[in-house]
Ligand binder design. Sequence first.
Ligand SMILES: NC(=O)c1ccc[n+]([C@@H]2O[C@H](COP(=O)([O-])OP(=O)(O)OC[C@H]3O[C@@H](n4cnc5c(N)ncnc54)[C@H](OP(=O)(O)O)[C@@H]3O)[C@@H](O)[C@H]2O)c1
Length: 418
Amino acid sequence: MKGTESDLIARAIALGEHGRRSASPNPWVGCVVVDAQGAIAGEGWHERPGTPHAEVHALAAAGDRARGGTAYVTLEPCAHQGRTPPCVDALIEAGVRRVVVALEDPDPRVAGRGVARLRAAETDVEVGPGAALARRALAPYLHHRRTGRAWCLVKTAMSLDARVAAADGSSLWITGTAARADAHRLRAESQAVVVGAGTALTDRPSLTARDVDPPVDHQPLRVLLDASGRVPAAGPLFDPTLAPTLVVTTDAAPSAAVDGWRAAGAKVETVPSAPGGVDLEATLDLLGRRDVLQAMVEGGPTLHGSLLAAGRADRLVAYVAPMTLGPRARAAFPRPSRVPRAGSGDARRRAPLAIALEHATRERRPSRVRARGRLTCSPGSSRSSGGSGRSTTARGERVSRSRPRRSSPTRAWATRSP
Ligand SMILES: NC(=O)c1ccc[n+]([C@@H]2O[C@H](COP(=O)([O-])OP(=O)(O)OC[C@H]3O[C@@H](n4cnc5c(N)ncnc54)[C@H](OP(=O)(O)O)[C@@H]3O)[C@@H](O)[C@H]2O)c1
């Protein structure tokens, strides 16, 4: 079988998806090797840490046909001895003439060295084809290696009028079976599932990944953000037979609460406090140090509002149900009026005026619509933004403000699916 260059790199990225659940903290990389005539000779992907990388699998499948051929790889091949030997050596030894790489690997152990080693061995290397696709597929990995922090996926289920719970805080059944199954799949792809104290008290969730195919071989870490020790160490969240639990708290939590969490088998970590509760940046740092690449945050609205306002949410997945709950119900993203300014202790800045979804997609499921996209913030009129006519992405990159790219959401969201 033959394919165009962009088909082949897209195929490599798609192969990498097989490892998305299991490869972490490594990247879920895929590789396609074509022979000198351009026919696919071997394919592979990285399944889990300590096992061969994608290139090694693809070269083994290609055998002698790799000589004089081309390897298409999602990410720059490694040049260092880790738990497995360097992939660049395998590519050079196999006699591959050309390597096409979608993205350079930001991991400091690689960062250009893989490309340099291949070029030094007179292998042609092209970097960049399929980069946008690969960046999207590997977003949690790339973010983790660049910042050391967990990449934050916020998941919410809301009504058409963006409400998520009854006014008295009691929980409401908003999603249907298809949305719940999809959320479990996202949990299975995450290394941590995070909730705030309010949701833990109201919903008593178990936060495990269930009914996914294939079943998970280990559950994501469950993370409770409880700054003041309000949540008792009881219920499914504190059942260690279901999954491990980490409580992130502050010095304000009474020692009795901390002792109770530990006695129930949970790990407890203390971070500085911040407006609203725990310092979110410190929390995402902490999770990053624990090899959490993707942290899926499942509410509730107070925590989501804090994350969005602080620019700490990287992707939003919203299940929008064809119902309205009215103005007295809880808003999906309440905005604190001021949020901490990054890296400046107690200094505050105004919360962003608008937060838009970039690269938004909408997927119609029976009776529900799932919208997702990368988050960008349009600054308010605060001095910090200076009304400069520019916006920042959730990560602080500057983008044009003239018209934040968005899906054309409301009419489509309002459409009842068949
Ligand atoms: N539809 C949905 O998708 C969905 C999802 C989840 C929950 N819910 C519903 O939402 C309701 C609960 O909402 P909620 O807003 O009370 O719950 P929440 O966001 O889960 O919890 C908020 C609490 O988390 C703690 N927290 C710690 N650090 C924080 C920070 N940096 N920023 C914000 N909060 C922080 C705070 O309590 P401490 O100060 O004590 O730490 C805060 O009061 C329930 O009715 C639940 O059913 C709906």
